[in-house]
Design a protein around this ligand. Structure first.
Ligand code: FEO
Length: 394
């Protein structure tokens, strides 16, 4: 199916209700959309392709509007395969099309697909006229890879923003912000942002500042995943702006693992103390909370507290996986509390402390290490840690 967004501009993307894990990592309870757009003017331009298995459905969407062999330009904003793995299929049909992308995207295209189409490398802010409509290309590195760009239709003031301003969740025929439950969009866009773009928050801030500097009008924001914003295009820009600021949020997030309940006991004691002190607390047990939800609450937490039992002389594996996300995604959160339990050697908390110190985080005292079950003295240490956290979040 397709939807007209403006005269001669169409949504032709697809819904994925099949993939359980985006990037084989992040849960998709509501599916995901791979958005693609068609601009029909004197020349015909396709903006983005879709993930390979959805190629036939997507090409049918194009056929509803034009003969795909007549496409003049294939604009590739981003080379990640969820955007491009159907490129070889459309290249076999649109044999006279020219691929339009950045020079870094050209290298990636050759490595991934090497399709035998002409190419046009576009510089930042370069334009192409389709006849009545003008496409302007705005380089947007690291949103989400280094080769990424946005495509802007000047006459319609539509920004095709690639992964920026995207969200998880299939669209199911409700393609626009005024047709969809925005509470769900808010949750799924923040989960998407935290999972995919945490490492690149500063590039989101730069892109928003740049759009302001360029003074480009925005009547519609059309990302590559999730709804198109036509009623309130600035809603998603403001949300992304708020969620990617460098300032930390005024809450404490406790992320912990537990095998037999002793580390859980410390986590609950700490939570109770913090709640009694009036602190906004979020709690995640790594065995039950999905990682992207843990990230939403922890990426910018004013204080992040991590608790672990010792498992084979290391932190509990799912806690270790979380801490590796903190490291890999270069979290802004950098004030850390630590607690944990052990049966004999006690490497779990020790390894966490080393890891956070290596990351130049501030590790709060006391670091609580408990042999087997917590004693009254150790519960007093939890109180001390809670007081320090409360003071810092005031
Ligand atoms: Fe939607 Fe970076 O891929």
């Amino acid at each position: 199916m397709h939807r007209e967004m403006a005269k001669g501009v169409y949504y032709i993307g697809v819904d994925d209700h099949h993939t359980k894990l985006f990037e084989n990592l992040w849960e998709l309870p509501f599916g995901v959309s791979y958005n693609s757009y068609l601009i029909v003017d004197e020349k015909i331009a396709l903006v983005e392709t879709v993930k390979g298995p959805w190629s036939s459905e997507w090409i049918e969407n194009i056929r509803e509007i034009v003969d795909p062999s007549k496409i003049d330009y294939i604009i590739l904003n981003h080379m990640e395969p969820d955007h491009t793995s159907s490129l070889p299929d459309i290249a076999r049909i649109a044999k006279n099309a020219t691929m339009v992308y950045t020079s870094k995207a050209s290298d990636m295209q050759k490595s991934f697909y090497d399709v035998p189409l002409k190419e046009k490398i576009v510089e930042d802010l370069e334009e192409i006229s389709l006849g009545g409509k003008t496409l302007k290309f705005v380089h947007a590195p690291f949103l989400h890879w280094p080769e990424t760009m946005f495509t802007y239709i000047a006459e319609d003031q539509i920004l095709m923003s690639c992964d920026a301003f995207g969200a998880f969740g299939a669209l199911n025929g409700r393609h626009f912000d005024d047709e969809i439950d925005l509470d769900l969009v808010e949750m799924e866009s923040r989960r998407y942002l935290s999972a995919i773009i945490t490492s690149y928050f500063k590039f989101v801030q730069k892109a928003i500042a740049r759009a302001k500097d360029l003074g480009i009008g925005l009547k519609m924001i059309a990302p590559s995943h999730g709804p198109i914003y036509r009623e309130h295009p600035m809603w998603i820009v403001e949300k992304y702006d708020e969620w990617t600021r460098p300032e930390l949020e005024k809450h404490c997030t406790i992320v912990y693992g537990t095998m037999y309940g002793y580390t859980h006991r410390l986590a609950m004691k700490l939570k109770k103390e913090l709640v009694d002190m009036g602190v906004d607390v979020r709690v995640h047990n790594v065995s039950y909370s999905e990682m992207s939800k843990i990230l939403v609450d922890s990426v910018r937490a004013g204080v992040l507290v991590v608790g672990t039992p010792t498992y084979d002389a290391f932190p509990f594996p799912k806690v270790w996986a979380f801490v590796n996300e903190v490291k890999g995604k270069r979290f802004p959160a950098n004030v850390i509390g630590l607690f944990g339990t052990y049966g004999w050697g006690g490497g779990g908390v020790r390894k966490l402390k080393e890891m956070f110190e290596e990351m130049r985080c501030e590790v709060l005292e006391p670091v609580i290490r408990v042999k087997a079950r917590p004693t009254d003295d150790e519960e007093r240490q939890v109180k001390l840690l809670a007081s320090d956290i409360a003071k810092r979040l005031k």
